[in-house]
Design a protein around this ligand. Structure first.
Ligand code: NAG
Length: 505
């Protein structure tokens, strides 16, 4: 009963649409045959790549329909590609998730980063259809320069100035990121106190006005782009999931102040760091971070005590960590000194290390960070290292094979070391030329060298043995080890002293 009434009401709508002679949808369906011919000629078109089974796509669908209808009067088209029916097209377009929304301009796309509700889509697309650079006059200059967190203004004598085209190239690329305005109005130029040609950035944080500091005559869109990127990062902002990417992609090291956000002295702590952040911000980005929420991150950066505020510099590209001594109070002068050492490459990173094991009781050497140089860079030996993580399932599966590999070469121990290292508990020293990106990672170092060969083969014992034999500089023929010196109380006592000494390191 219910089924049939649903059925009939749906067909009523369809019949009505048919009777009125309207197309039920204003969204264009694209296929490989129509894609280029539809998308390329449009100065602005939004395309959704979707899969019928995807929940977010279903939620978006009615909004997308509504927006398509509303945007018709603005001459803006909306289209969609069903990636199940048109798998080849979606693969060619390198679609990696659903829905993917792209704004195409004359065939070139940028990711759609707007809202997913009808009114939001409409507003976003109308804004996209306006010129990337707004014309600013005396009437709206004051409002305009406060219109966004970062507003770039070009002050020119004429709109034909060469700078205008460089400016507009950057504006077209970054219209979602910043606001761009251009004026030739003498009154505005006077009010701004600049001599054209000039470019000034107005910000809602830090210094409110910054003029382009280099010779403006040779300004290129690229220069402008990187200058704006720098200015868009505040001297000290709170870092979170939303803005982390800006820092990760900036290419600069990242200095963190870990603070408890409920600490009433939060502002005082920030004030201690602020002069240092202003001084070094061209070379290092500074942020503060919720130490309670991101306590694990603090630990990963070698701030081992849950003691706040804490400060640490992370060299993102080399995965090195430079924590401020947690036993000392944070002071502007000492932070300044630390940053000076850091930017002149005179600061030593701290390396995380488990304690050195008291005994090595198997044929696989359990390596910790502190012993890395000593064991791996022992020039007399070939070394085969497994970097693993305790939580990693593939590593657990490899463990018995790796043990057998150690046993296999037990009689060549003076020439080859089979090593394992827990790489989440032990940092690599800066002297090695690689970083761990996955687990397990297997690397071979030939005797007498400092470079590592990747092992990419299968994880069978036979393949591992063959690889070691093929790459070893030493001969790995088994040889009976030399007789061990007899155990004497003296020798044992010396061994203990030796261990104690190591533990202090
Ligand atoms: C500023 O006002 C002028 C008219 O004086 C107008 O043409 C221009 O579009 C306005 N710009 C903005 C950003 O509103």
């Amino acid at each position: 009963m219910r089924f049939s009434s649903l059925f009939s009401s749906a067909s009523t709508v369809a019949l009505l649409a048919l009777a009125l002679g309207v197309n039920a949808s204003d969204v264009i369906d694209l296929t490989p045959d129509t894609f280029d011919d539809t998308v390329k000629p449009e100065s602005l078109i939004l395309v959704e790549f979707f899969a019928p089974w995807c929940g977010h796509c279903k939620a978006l669908a009615p909004h997308y329909e509504e927006a398509a209808t509303a945007l018709k009067e603005h001459g803006i088209k909306l289209a969609k590609v069903n990636c199940v029916d048109e798998a080849d097209l979606c693969q060619k377009e390198e679609i990696r998730g659903y829905p993917t929304l792209r704004v195409y301009r004359d065939g070139e796309f940028s990711e759609y980063s707007g809202p997913r509700k009808a009114d939001g889509i409409i507003a976003y697309m109308v804004k996209q259809s306006l010129p990337a650079v707004s014309t600013v006059t005396a009437r709206n200059f004051t409002d305009f320069k406060q219109g966004d967190k970062v507003v770039a203004m070009a002050f020119l004598s004429s709109e034909n100035d060469e700078i205008a085209s460089e400016f507009s190239t950057t504006a077209n690329k970054h219209r979602d990121d910043y606001l761009f305005g251009l004026t030739t109005d003498k009154q505005v130029i006077e009010e701004a106190g600049v001599t054209p040609p000039a470019v000034v950035v107005y910000r809602s944080f830090d210094e409110p006005e910054t003029a382009y500091p280099y010779p403006i005559s040779s300004l290129t869109s690229k220069d402008l782009e990187s200058w704006l990127k720098d200015l868009s990062i505040p001297t000290i902002d709170e870092v979170s999931a939303e803005n982390y990417q800006i820092y990760a992609s900036s290419g600069k090291p990242l200095a963190y102040l870990f603070v408890d956000p409920s600490d009433e002295k939060l502002q005082e702590h920030l004030d201690v760091l602020k002069p240092v952040a202003s001084k070094y911000k061209n070379k290092v980005n500074f942020v503060w971070i919720d130490a309670i929420k991101f306590g694990d991150h603090a630990k990963a950066l070698n701030l081992n005590e849950p003691k706040w505020p804490g400060f640490v510099i992370q060299d993102l590209s080399n995965q090195l960590k430079y924590p401020y001594d947690q036993g000392l109070e944070l002071k502007t002068a000492s932070l300044d000194e630390m940053l000076e050492l850091f930017v002149t490459n005179n600061l030593k990173p701290t390396l995380k290390s488990q304690p050195i094991p008291e005994v090595q009781d198997t044929n696989v050497y359990s390596l910790v960070g502190k012993q890395f140089d000593e064991v791996v860079f022992d020039d007399s030996k070939d070394v085969f290292v497994e970097f693993y993580a305790s939580w990693c399932g593939h590593c657990k599966r490899l463990a018995p094979t790796w043990q057998s590999l150690g046993d296999h070469f037990a009689k060549a121990k003076d020439r080859i070391t089979i090593v394992k290292m827990e790489a989440t508990e032990n940092d690599l020293p800066p002297s090695v030329d690689f970083r761990i990106a996955g687990f397990p990672t297997l690397k071979f170092k030939k005797a007498g060298t400092r470079t590592f060969i990747d092992y990419d083969g299968d994880r069978s014992l036979e393949s591992l043995i063959a690889f070691a034999e093929e790459n070893a500089k030493n001969s790995l023929e088994p040889r009976e080890p030399e007789a061990q010196p007899a155990k004497t109380p003296e020798a044992e006592a010396q061994k203990e002293v030796h261990i104690d000494h190591h533990d202090e390191l």
